[in-house]
Design a protein around this ligand. Structure first.
Ligand code: GLY
Length: 566
């Protein structure tokens, strides 16, 4: 608590804001923070070979897909936020999965019209068309310096030599073992005698190595067209899915304009729709801008944050969806006038029951996704959040491919008002339609201030956005990368109408005070997120990498070598 409160008192102090020393053109060294040592090392290896941050991102992403199959991979999708230093521009690569063309709005409703969650979460029907392979090809071709054969080499080598099954792999597999056992190819890759492998078991994946080699040799066509695409489609259809070769051949990444937010002297660059993250972040920061929150007491400040979160998540449920299909009122949601209206509805000392704001509810399952952050010594920045949705995706491997498919279809509003696996509700804007991208919470972000630049993001389903909000505030207050990744978390998402809090987020007296205001605080042993932060100090050129101690990722930079997990 003290470490959370103290920086507040220093926050945005004149000393911090007055340090407008000119930004050096380049960091002194590169930094990478990812959820896994193998992935961070793969990125460092590619940088050492002369690659830039974008080549390193290809290496990190492909390695995470191998060694963290519960979180992300070639069968899933992701968002890539780039700052291209040489061109002075930011780019958002949308490699989100798309609904197959045969998808229909009510495809997960049973005869009584009830949502059948088993179908939207488990097996072939839950899988949207993967976007990550196309994203890697696009990233390498348009922004990288090395051919895919070089940036994918560490992952290919590791797939053949083997990697050690770790505690996170095992913990997440515990949740999904029974479903995964239904897919013989998945069971062969990830189970041993039908059970979760012991920690330290050497895992090899020859099929994954071959799939990456095909991607290296033929680019995205090696995945989305030809024999490999036919094999994927056949495997999905034999397992009860609805993919066609047209779905794969028709997949393309989209470059979108990132969302920019100005807040207390900092520029925040973040994810636009089909992520809900940037819009919700902008709404929350705009609401908070009206308060001198860095100088408020912990309880009063937390109350305002909770009320801002509640309102932003209400709007997420009502308005947001794939921008290629629905026109969300983004300009309104991030406007000063709208924020002033929301502020007027916030009582300074009383919680607003979510029932008083129009909306919806849930029972969140444990989400899984992965984020990594990179700064290279040219000043290029990369923030990638990638996912297969729930742990081990839809738990299905098509024989001969080496990767799990996603269950991203569950990120659609399967039925208006019925919560998804994260307890998030939605309406028409996020209804299923052929070729549409499901709304996401993934929020890869940059923070650029007078004296520092940070790259950050995290997995965590619906809680991603509030984690990034708290992380940004801590960074603006001057916290270091490791402290930000470790900071205690609290969250409100409109429905259910509870403040979820990690055990160290509030003292008992603070919980009492918040409850006296009408907040229902659920604090417990549960933790969430796996935040990865790289922080570049302009004055010295130092680069710090901070990694979330909750799951022990690995950050490497000039000033920090964080905990190592192998
Ligand atoms: N699958 C989690 C998200 O995209 O928000």
């Amino acid at each position: 608590m003290i470490r959370f409160l103290l920086p507040l008192l220093l926050a945005f102090s004149p000393a911090v804001l007055a340090d407008a020393s000119p930004r050096p053109a380049k960091p002194a060294e590169a930094g990478i923070a990812s959820a896994n040592a193998y992935a961070t090392d793969a990125g460092m290896e590619v940088l050492a070979k002369g690659g830039n941050a974008f080549d390193a991102a290809v290496a990190v992403s492909a390695t995470l897909g191998l060694v963290e199959p519960e979180s992300s991979g070639l069968g899933g999708g992701g968002f890539m936020l780039l700052r291209v230093a040489g061109e002075g521009r930011d780019v958002f690569i949308d490699a989100r999965e798309r609904a197959p063309f045969a998808a229909t709005r009510d495809m997960y409703l049973d005869a009584e019209g009830n949502a059948d969650r088993g179908k939207s979460v488990n097996g072939a029907l839950a899988a949207a068309i993967p976007g990550l392979p196309a994203g890697l090809d696009h990233l390498a071709r348009k922004y990288g310096r090395l051919p895919l054969s070089q940036s994918l080499a560490p992952a290919i080598r590791l797939a053949r030599e083997g990697w050690k099954f770790g505690p996170k792999n095992a913990a997440m597999l515990g949740y999904r073992r029974d479903v995964l056992a239904r897919s013989p190819a998945a069971a062969e890759l990830f189970l041993r005698d039908g059970e979760v492998p012991a920690e330290g078991t050497l895992m090899r994946n020859e099929d994954y190595a071959r799939t990456l080699e095909r991607l290296a040799a033929h680019g995205a066509d090696g995945f989305y067209r030809g024999d490999f695409a036919s094999r994927l489609v056949r495997g999905v259809r034999e397992a009860g899915g609805i993919w066609t070769e047209r779905d794969l051949a028709g997949y393309a990444v989209v470059e979108r304009e990132p969302l920019s937010i100005r807040h207390r002297g900092f520029d925040i660059v973040t994810a636009p729709p089909p992520s809900s993250g940037g819009v919700a972040l902008a709404t929350m920061l705009k609401v908070l801008e009206g308060y001198d929150y860095p100088h408020l007491g912990k309880v009063e400040r937390s109350h305002l944050f909770i009320e801002a979160m509640r309102r932003a998540y209400r709007d997420r449920a009502l308005y947001l969806g794939d921008p290629d299909f629905v026109q969300a009122p983004v300009d309104m949601l991030v406007s000063d006038a709208y924020a002033a209206g929301l502020r007027a509805s916030i009582h300074p000392a009383k919680a607003t029951p979510s029932d008083l704001l129009p909306g919806i509810n849930a029972d969140p399952l444990r989400p899984d996704t992965s984020h990594f952050s990179i700064v290279d010594d040219e000043g290029n920045l990369v923030a990638v959040t990638q996912t297969v949705n729930l742990p081990y995706g839809n738990a299905l491997v098509v024989p001969g491919t080496g990767f799990l498919l996603n269950n991203e279809m569950d990120d659609f509003s399967v039925k208006a008002g019925v919560p998804n696996a994260f307890g998030l509700v939605g309406d028409d804007a996020n209804a299923i339609a052929p070729g549409k991208r499901p709304l996401s919470s993934m929020t890869p972000s940059f923070l650029v201030g007078p004296d520092r630049t940070a790259v950050l993001g995290t997995p965590g389903g619906s809680r991603i956005i509030t984690m990034v909000l708290l992380g940004l505030v801590e960074l603006m207050q001057g916290e270091g990368a490791q402290a930000v990744a470790a900071a205690p978390r609290f969250h409100h998402q409109y429905l259910p109408d509870v403040v979820q809090a990690e055990a160290s987020a509030f003292e008992p007296a603070e919980i009492e005070a918040l409850e006296a205001m009408g907040h229902d605080v659920e604090a417990g042993d549960r933790t969430w997120g796996n935040m990865q932060v790289v922080l570049w100090h302009h004055r010295t050129g130092d680069v710090e990498a901070g990694t979330d101690p909750r799951w022990k990722g690995v950050g490497k930079g000039s000033s920090t070598e964080a905990s190592v997990y192998r």
